[in-house]
Design a protein around this ligand. Sequence first.
Ligand code: 13P
Length: 241
Amino acid sequence: MRKIILAGNWKMFKTQAETLAFVQDFKPELDELPEGREVVLCVPFTDLAILSKSLHGSQVSVGAQNVHWEETGAFTGEISAPMLLEVGVRYVVIGHSERRQLFGETDETVNFRLRAAQKAGLVPILCVGETKLQRDRGEAESVIFQQLKAGLMGVDQASLVIAYEPIWAIGTGDTCATDEANRIIGLIRSRLDNKDVTIQYGGSVKPEIIDEIMAQPEIDGVLVGGASLEAKGFGRIVNYK
Ligand code: 13P
């Protein structure tokens, strides 16, 4: 059975104080959360411990935004799976386009991170997606298939989430048409051995369009940037109809 997972990616937003204020406003939004939905918040490293503690006993899981493949070592600025597990992390975003484009992440390092996350018992959320130029050239499918092929080598598909995030739709307000997102996600699924992998859509997801997105048969959830920073709006998203 495919799980429904609604995740927020806070990127580099919110201090600990802002995190606590968010939790206070967000908790009431969970009062009538329908059964069978998982909510995840992927937050900056400094917010992880306080978020785990303040959400303890709620239906929300905590996620990180990166993980290194070694457990310890001379890797300045990186973080390891045991460090994340210790502060209550369950999910980790890997291969986000911002890491690929701005911080030199490659399919190979994505693959290392995925395997290390799984080995430690974290559930990775693998991000894939094409640029505007690649889409205009008709290369969207081949780019995504390559990201999947290289990224998923040796990865256990029983403990995996994939997010389709077309880069041109991230932070632009230019959401991918829902039927097109559905089509690409169906294609991604066709490439997987395990057809029950949760596949999310991400890119300018807003409360106003969440019902339409989640009505698509192939889409099992969303990965939300900007709109996950505001408790009421993200509350509307997790309570989609
Ligand atoms: P936005 O929802 O702000 O477009 O960001 C999407 C994203 O990158 C989630 O990982």
